[in-house]
Write a protein that binds this ligand. Structure first.
Ligand code: KIV
Length: 286
């Protein structure tokens, strides 16, 4: 069944937990979609896990569109959300609508995600007015890494908690259909989730959020540069892949790959003809 922003709302109302995962290419999107995930996020985390950048700040609109297009081809039922990259919306409401529109038209996004609270409220309202569903993102917002001073748990002071609570209410009022809460205390996420009528999607925000999201590469041990404590690795596929590649290298070196099963024999009469041509040619060379 096709999942939409309305499905997310209904799931919140029925107290059914929403599951989301990131994907950055066709093959992965197809796997997670066929597993019946509710939502796929083409996160700007692709800058780190796919492009090898140190953080998400260098990700461009072109990067997002390129990956979103591929993911959309593998997505049939999940709601497809695409991240707005750094500086594609912070500058103005106009830029936000133009760039969100590009993610929909060129990347086939069904919704977009922006990081921040009160400071981007005009941008959120403008996109909602343009009929583009918006997912908010509060708490640890990686595009603000330099002003936050690193990847740290957020909501550690009364003022920070009050501000997040306030921002969450503002975002809901502005028309977001869901809000990602990243790396904040469980109780704060619970208070926000209970107060809002739109669903919260947690990552490092405890069990009381209306849904959860994980980065695909973290789930499968494919990205070792950073592994936050809130990540659950479901399988260490990265290490398994490394072992299998080493096995392949040995097979190639020993000549045990390819075998007959992986090779194509020549038709016997063609072979005889080729061998006699080869014989005649080598006689001529002498
Ligand atoms: O970019 C991303 O992958 C994200 C998730 C961690 C929520 O924003």
């Amino acid at each position: 069944m096709k999942k939409t922003v309305q499905t997310f709302q209904q799931m919140k109302e029925k107290h059914k937990k929403i599951s989301m995962v990131t994907a950055y290419d066709y093959t992965t999107a197809k796997i997670v979609d066929e597993a019946d995930i509710d939502g796929i996020l083409v996160g700007d985390s692709l800058g780190m896990v796919c492009l090898g950048h140190e953080n998400t700040l260098q990700v461009t609109m072109e990067d997002m569109i390129h990956h979103a297009k591929a993911v959309s081809k593998g997505t049939r039922n999940a709601l497809l959300v695409v991240d707005m990259p750094f500086m594609s919306y912070q500058t103005s409401a106009y830029d936000a609508v133009v760039n969100a529109g590009r993610l929909v038209q060129e990347g086939h996004a069904e919704a977009i995600k922006m990081e921040g609270g009160e400071e981007i409220i005009d941008q959120i309202k403008a996109c909602v007015k343009a009929q583009i569903p918006v997912m908010g993102h509060l708490g640890l917002t990686p595009q603000s890494i330099h002003s936050l001073g690193g990847y740290k748990i957020q909501g550690k002071t009364l003022h920070a908690c009050q501000k997040m609570n306030y921002d969450a209410a503002l975002l809901e009022e502005a028309g977001v259909f869901a809000i990602v809460l990243e790396c904040i205390p469980t109780e704060l996420a619970q208070m926000i989730s209970e107060k809002l009528s739109v669903p919260t999607i947690g990552i490092g925000a405890g069990v009381h959020c209306d849904g959860q999201i994980l980065v695909f590469h973290d789930m499968f041990g494919l990205y070792s540069e950073m592994s936050p404590s809130f990540v659950k690795m479901y399988e260490n596929s990265g290490s398994l892949m490394k072992t299998k590649i080493q096995q392949y290298i040995q097979d190639v070196q020993k000549g045990s790959f390819p075998t007959k099963e992986h090779s194509f024999p020549m038709d016997s009469s063609l072979l005889t003809q080729m061998q006699s041509d080869h014989w005649e040619a080598s006689k001529g060379e002498k």
